[in-house]
Structures are given as C-alpha cells and as structure tokens.
Design a protein. Structure first.
Lengths: 289, 294
C-alpha cells in the first residue's frame, strides 16, 4: 500500500461481510419457502378440479352424488364485496380527505388516525361478531343475509382504504394546492379538481388492494351470511361465498368435495392476484412519485 | 421578437378595457365582487397599501410591522437575505400566508381603499384579484397545456363563453403561443422549466387579476428562460401592478421601478431601484447590495 493511508480490506472484514450476506439471503429464502409451497399445493391440488362445469354449476349439497361446482360462490363473493366496496371506498376516501385537507394536525384528526390504526389491527372475526350481535340477532331485514356480510367486510376494508388513501393524498404536492388556492379557488374545488384527479391512480390502487383483502375474509361471513348452495343475486338472502365454501368443503370426508375446496382456493387466489396486477399497473401510471 | 409576440403589443389595451368595463359575462357569472363599490378604483391600475403588517408562524415573528405602498402599474422588487420575511410579506398580500397551519397575520393590506383583511371579505375573491406566481413552476400534472391555463377560470367557477379565446390570449400574452399552439392538448408538465413557469404566469393572467405577486419566479430557471420571464414582466406591467421577490439583485435592477430592501422582518429602505443600487441611504442596504453580507 502507498503511504497515503488507504488500507486494503482485511480478511476478517471480508469474512464478516460474506457471513452477513449469507444470513440475509438465507432469511429471504426461508421466507419464500412457504409462499412457494402454498402456490405449489394450490396448483397441484386445485388444477385437477378446474373443469368447465366447475365454474358453471352450483354446489349440489348432496353428499353422495356429484358435488357440483362453485359458480354461486364466485358470484356471491363478487356481489358481497362489491356492496362492501360501495360502502367502504367512498367513506374511506372521505375520511382520508378530511384528514389531509381539513383536519391536518388537529386533535380530532389525530384521534381519528389512532382509531383507524386500531381498526386495522382488529381481527376480522370481531367485525363478524359485531355485525352478528347488532344486525343478525336483532333480526333486522331477516337473519343471515348477504348485505350484513357486506357491512362486516366493509368495516374491515374501511381502515385499509383510509390509510392507503391518506398516504396517496399526502403525496400530492402542496405546491399544487397552493397554486389552485392562489388562483382564487374555493377549497372544495381545489379538492375535487386538483387533489383528487392527481391522486386518482393511487386511490384506485389502494382501493383494489382493500377489495382483494376483503375477498379473502372468511370469519366476518360465517355468522353474518351463513351459507347457501344456490346462485342468488338477492343480497337480502343467505349466500354462498368462496371463503365459506372452502371452509365447509375442506372438512368433508369425501375426496371430491375436498378437491372442490382446493379448486375454489385456487380460484380465489387467482382473482386476488389479478386484482393486485391491475392495482400495480395503475400505480405505475401514477404521476406521483 | 418572434412573430407571435408582436400580437402581444396590441393586447394590453384590449385587456385593460375588459377589466375596466367590469361587466364581461365572466365577471357577472360567479358573484364577482363589485370592485367600485368596495373601494377599488375603476381603471387599469391598482395600488397595494400595506400598513402595520405583522406576520407570525406559531410563535415566530416573521414580519415585524411593515408599512409600504406598491404603486399601480409599477414593478416593485423585494430583496433581502434568506429568512428576512420577503416571501411571508408577499404571501400576506393575497392572504396565502394564512393557508399555512399555525400562521397568522395582523395589520392591514388594502387594494386601493379596500381592506382585504376586512370582515366579510371573501378570501377567494381577494386571490382572484391578486394573483400569485410561485418559485417552482407548478402546472397541474393531470391537465393539458390548455386546461392548465383554463384552470384558473374553471377553478373559480367562472363561466366564460369565450374560454378558448381567453386561453389563447393568455398564452400569447406570456409569449408561449408560438411554442405550444400545435400541442395544446399535451400535458403541461411536458414543457421545459422556463415554459412551465410562463404557463403558470399565463394561468394567473387568464383570471384577469389586478395585481400579480411573484415569489422568486426565476430561481428555478436557466438564464435564457429568466431573461424571457423578465421581458414578460416588463410587458405585463402596463396592465398589472407587480410585486416580485427576488434573490437576484441584477434581476431587481433589470425589472423593477422601485426596490424594497428587507432585513429581519422589517423594511430597511424603499426607493427607486436606481437609488437603491447606486446611492442607498441606509448603510445596511449598501452593505447588502455591494455583496458584503447576505
């Protein structure tokens, strides 16, 4: 080495570097194992049951005959989550708008933020229980109905929508709000014409992720929607959904019904994967960093 | 001068007639304030009078009692070291200061005889009369070039029968027409920095304010774009009263009729630009303009 004092990397440091890198890569691999296995088993066990009639027939409900497909479950999930989205997305974005555009750092806004965080951590079965007690036991509009499941799911989606929307709205540069205000725009027009359009791709992404999350939830549906076999578009009746279908089928002693559970699980994961891909594609088009 | 700019020469007259008439359909449409009744003189030029202005950010006293008059149809430059309260003072003139959480202002600012801090004054109408151009060009990223210029009219709910005309005229007024006329529907953020800043000035001009405040409008621009904006300021002053905050003393010397030197939240000296730079009365001004501190 020259006399300017820049030393070579010592062998001990090289060893330490190799060790630490090895540990990080090892940890990543361990984390990937269950993910890969889940997808492997879903494909292994589920692909076999994906025949044409699987998507076009309803569960027969009979133990001995042909078990039937999952059409009613797919439609039931889509209907219930659609209603849940209609409830939670407008309210959630509204709350986020309040937090970013009006509440800012006020005490009330911070209390709201705190409760939204708490709601994010509430187990989904608690939302189910809550709706069970408030709406099912009280017998409002029937006992077990699709729309009650929607409300339970929307409670679960709400904090996710609020949090993701708040993050996106905060990314809208303050300079744009200032520019609009300085032109003499009232605040509501600043929000509707500048803030919301700028944040739109991110809002859609966050909402799609909340929808994906809501689709997979079983617990809130078990004692709010109960189950049914037939396809129905009536949210005021009991309905079939993918998660509850899986929940029931997987404990069956009959192989054909168990494999229907795998097929339904694969279908559910595929739907959620597609939603995520759409969300990512939209996020990439976002004009916000 | 490029051909599109020659149109500009003819326009000041049209524009001032329009605003002095006060009866264009646009102004009547959206509960526009009746300026004459409120104490703002008819005609093209309007002066700004600031009296005993104090501004605070929480407990920080940023502007400490300023009295100043910005004469009509003149360019007034405000110079001073960073943190001296220049921007804060200017933001008080169109009440943008109060948009910052925890910020407040005391004292009076009037447009001619209308106290813009008076009770019952709609802050949105104040900002419509007193436009602002910011340090960093900030076109709306979701909007096309056309929509950016039209944004001021749409955001204020101004119903304009001749929106297209007003947008084109504003783009000509800032000398951008020739550069963008073939791509009005492309996004505003696709333009260069200098073009974006002129787009923002066009957006401000389209609302037909009485006064334009500029908060270091060239500090994010290259020298050529800066020169273009300075020429523009010179053209605009026949129609508007202009207040420009700048860090660049050469710029103040080039564009301003009079110059204000501020220090620590107070006005040290306000004099014709030539006097400020050649024989300032205050020693601190002299030390600042000769580069001995700042």
């Amino acid at each position: 080495m020259s006399d300017i004092g820049i030393a070579a990397i010592s062998p001990a440091r090289r060893r330490k570097d190799r060790l630490m890198r090895g540990m990080l890569i090892g940890g990543t691999v361990i984390a990937l194992i269950p993910l890969v296995l889940i997808i492997y088993y879903l494909l292994l066990k589920g692909l076999g049951s994906l025949t044409g009639s699987f998507f076009t027939s309803d569960p027969t409900g009979s133990f001995f005959g042909p078990p039937g497909g999952i059409r009613s479950a797919i439609f039931g999930t889509l209907e219930i989550v659609a209603l849940a989205s209609l409830i939670s997305i407008p309210i959630g974005i509204g709350v986020a708008l309040y937090l970013t555009e009006y509440g800012n750092e006020s005490t009330f806004a911070n209390v709201v933020r705190y409760f939204v965080d708490v709601m994010t951590g509430v187990p989904s079965i608690v939302f189910g229980l809550f709706i069970y007690i408030v709406l099912v036991l009280s017998g409002i509009g029937g006992s077990f109905t699709g729309w009650k499941g929607s409300i339970a799911i929307s409670l679960l989606m709400l904090p996710i929508v609020v949090r993701s929307a708040e993050v996106v709205l905060l990314l809208v540069p303050g300079a744009l709000r200032e520019a609009a205000l300085a032109l003499g725009a009232p605040r509501w027009r600043v929000v509707t014409r500048v803030v919301l359009p700028t944040a739109l791709p991110g809002l859609i992404t966050g909402s799609l992720l909340a929808i994906a999350r809501g689709m997979g939830e079983t617990a809130p549906l078990l004692f709010t929607v109960a189950t049914a076999n037939a396809l129905t578009f009536n949210l005021g009746s009991q309905m079939n959904t993918l998660p509850t279908q899986i929940f029931q089928d997987i404990t069956s002693p009959r192989n054909a019904i168990v494999s229907r559970a795998w097929g339904a699980a694969l279908t559910l994961v595929a739907i959620i994967l597609i939603l995520n891909l759409i969300a990512r594609a939209i996020a990439r088009r976002s004009r916000l960093a | 001068m490029t051909p599109p700019d020659t149109d500009t020469q003819a326009e000041p007259k049209e524009q001032s007639q329009m605003s002095s008439a006060g009866g264009s359909p646009a102004e009547q449409a959206d509960e526009a304030p009746n300026l004459a009744e409120m104490g703002v003189r008819e005609g093209a030029g309007h002066a700004i009078n600031v009296k005993g202005l104090h501004a605070y950010y929480g407990n920080t006293h940023a502007v400490k009692g300023i009295d100043i008059t910005f004469p009509a149809n003149e360019v007034t430059a405000i110079i001073g070291p960073s943190g001296c309260g220049k921007s804060t003072m200017v933001r008080c003139i169109n009440r943008m200061h109060e948009e910052i959480p925890g910020a407040r202002a005391e004292g009076s600012v009037s447009l001619d005889d209308l106290d813009i801090y008076g009770s019952g004054i709609d802050v949105t109408s104040v900002r419509r009369m007193i436009g602002m151009v910011f340090q960093k060009p900030n076109p709306f990223p979701t909007m096309s070039i056309f929509d950016n210029v039209a944004a001021g009219l749409r955001l204020t709910g101004t119903k304009s029968d001749n929106l297209r005309e007003r947008v084109h005229k504003s783009l000509r007024a800032v000398g951008l027409w020739g550069e963008v006329k073939s791509r009005l529907n492309e996004p505003g953020i696709g333009l260069s920095g200098g073009q974006q800043q002129r787009l923002c000035i066009a957006r401000t001009v389209a609302v037909e304010p009485e006064v334009i405040l500029m908060d270091e409008p060239c500090s994010a621009l290259d020298p050529i774009a800066t020169l273009r904006v300075e020429e523009l300021i010179d053209e605009l002053k026949s129609r508007y009263t202009i207040v420009i905050v700048t860090h660049n003393m050469q710029q103040a010397a080039r564009v301003a009729d009079s110059t204000v030197f501020m220090l620590d939240g107070e006005v040290v000296e306000h004099a014709p630009t030539n006097d400020i730079f050649t024989h300032p009365k205050d020693e601190r001004t002299e030390r600042y303009v000769t580069g001995k501190f700042g």
